[in-house]
Write a protein that binds this ligand. Structure first.
Ligand code: UDX
Length: 452
């Protein structure tokens, strides 16, 4: 199939590269020339695992990029809108989605063959069948039926996006009518094993929000259980939640009894969630629901628990080393999670800001996110960044683990004792276990674990 994709962020570009790999002809559109040039030379403009190898394979034969949306839409049967929906004042901003819908509509005016427009950007229920639909009709002067419209949410995790796209659990297609569905589903049918859920656009939009809200709820729920467990001696919340998770009612996707580690992660306590999706999506769903007249209770608590995680970590820090003013703290990990250089809504950045307010001396390590963190936090007194953890740990009074990078997990225990002034670890990712560290005279406190 000939497909155009508008927006080359991590969703648009991963979608484009993966569909091209499956054999479709893909034209990616971005208005920034540097991004277009970078894609056309096989270089990924974003850091995403396996994306660059995939681009090198498909660019020039199955995928090309352009800034000319007219050329892209005219030469495709389906256009996928994958532009950002920035979050401001409690809700998502549809400006880019509307602009692109208008541009596509204007091009469809002159286009004779049937064309399906797909909304992939995350939008609140009713956006596709009211806002996008109206813009397309007005701009094209045509009615639904002359063109098709679907909503097809993505479930891609940053850092795992290529793998998630290639091996989806399900494909949700919310179509305005059967013809839209029949044409659009050809993108997936025969190319992917996953079940295709056929529904209407509103339900598809709600599936996406509900999915992220449930995962975020599991994380905050685990963190609440962790906070209770910490009040009791000799309970490890990680073990508690593993025990809970083995219930097959909670493990629907698990084949046999082999529990997939990435699923169990969502019941693992830690420093809380961040990133470009969970905080924004849960907050947007709250605002959307309130506008409809229902005041959500659970979702508000999910945010509240998440926002208190950095404070809880600081409390643990103070329990171990007392006043943190002028103390040197090594912050291990800046990205909002492993496998990405993205620091949006990162719990680590929130923690750093709070520690700076308390006049701590901060030495921060991340294998890939240092540049982004520097841009975000700027030049500050007592704030240094390193690409190697040894420099961050050198002479530190405590180390706080904020991102679950393998490079941190693989630090030899001796390194902490050798390099740090006081070997104290506050583990926001539950990577290490107290029992293993005690023998080395390391003081350890983790979320969901009370120090004996
Ligand atoms: C998420 C959804 O998973 C994806 O389906 C959707 O399309 C976009 O939003 P992403 O934000 O990339 O993807 O990351 P994800 O791996 O889901 O993690 C989100 C946040 O939750 C991260 O900060 C992560 O560290 C945190 N998290 C995850 C936890 O704190 N604990 C966990 O057990 C799991």
């Amino acid at each position: 199939m000939n497909i155009s994709i508008i927006g080359t962020g991590y969703v648009g570009l991963v979608t484009g590269a993966c569909l091209a790999k499956k054999g479709h002809n893909v034209i990616c559109v971005d208005r920034v020339d540097n991004i277009v040039n970078s894609i056309n030379s096989g270089r990924s403009p974003i850091f995403e695992n396996h994306l660059e190898e995939l681009l090198l394979e498909v660019v020039g034969c199955k995928l090309k990029a352009t800034s000319d949306i007219k050329y892209a839409v005219e030469n495709s049967e389906v256009s996928i809108i994958a532009v950002g929906t920035p979050f401001s004042e409690g809700k998502i901003d549809l400006e880019y989605v509307k602009e692109v819908a208008y541009d596509i509509g204007m091009i469809l005016k002159e286009k004779e063959d049937y064309h399906v427009v797909c909304v992939k950007s995350t939008v609140v229920p009713t956006t596709t069948d009211t806002v996008v639909m109206r813009i397309l009709e007005v701009a094209s002067g045509k009615r639904l039926g002359d063109f098709g419209l679907v909503m097809n949410p993505e479930f891609l995790r940053e850092g795992n996006a290529v793998e998630d796209f290639m091996n989806p659990d399900r494909i949700v297609i919310g179509a305005m009518d059967d013809k839209s569905f029949d044409v659009f589903s050809k993108i997936y049918k025969g190319y992917f094993d996953a079940p295709i859920v056929k529904t209407n656009p509103r339900t598809a939009e709600m599936v996406k929000y509900t999915s992220n809200a449930l995962l975020a709820t599991l994380i905050s729920f685990s963190n609440e259980i962790a906070a209770i467990s910490e009040e009791i001696e000799d309970i490890d919340a990680v073990e508690v939640l593993e025990g809970v998770h083995m219930d097959r009612r909670l493990s629907m996707n698990i084949e046999g009894r082999n529990i997939r580690p990435d699923i169990i992660k969502y019941l693992k306590p830690g420093r809380g969630f961040g990133g470009s999706c969970f905080p924004k999506d849960v907050k947007s769903l709250i605002t959307f629901s309130e506008k409809l007249g229902y005041m959500p209770k659970i979702l508000k608590s999910v945010i509240e628990v998440n926002e208190s995680q950095a404070e809880r970590i600081i409390l643990k820090l103070k329990n171990e080393i007392g006043d943190i003013k002028d103390k040197t703290i090594a912050v291990l990990g800046l990205a909002f999670k492993e496998g990405t250089d993205d620091i949006r809504e990162s719990q680590s950045i929130k923690l750093i800001r709070k520690l700076m307010e308390e006049d701590a001396v901060l030495k921060c390590y991340d294998p890939v996110a240092v540049e982004n963190a520097k841009k975000e936090l700027g030049e500050q007194k007592n704030l240094e960044f390193y690409n190697d953890y040894e420099s961050a740990l050198h002479n530190a009074n405590a180390a706080v683990i904020m991102t679950d990078w393998d490079s941190i997990l693989n630090i030899n225990i001796d390194v902490f004792t050798k390099l740090m002034k006081n070997p104290v670890i506050i583990d926001g990712c539950r990577m290490f276990h107290e029992k293993n560290l005690r023998a080395n005279d390391i003081k350890y406190a983790g979320i969901g674990w009370r120090r004996l």
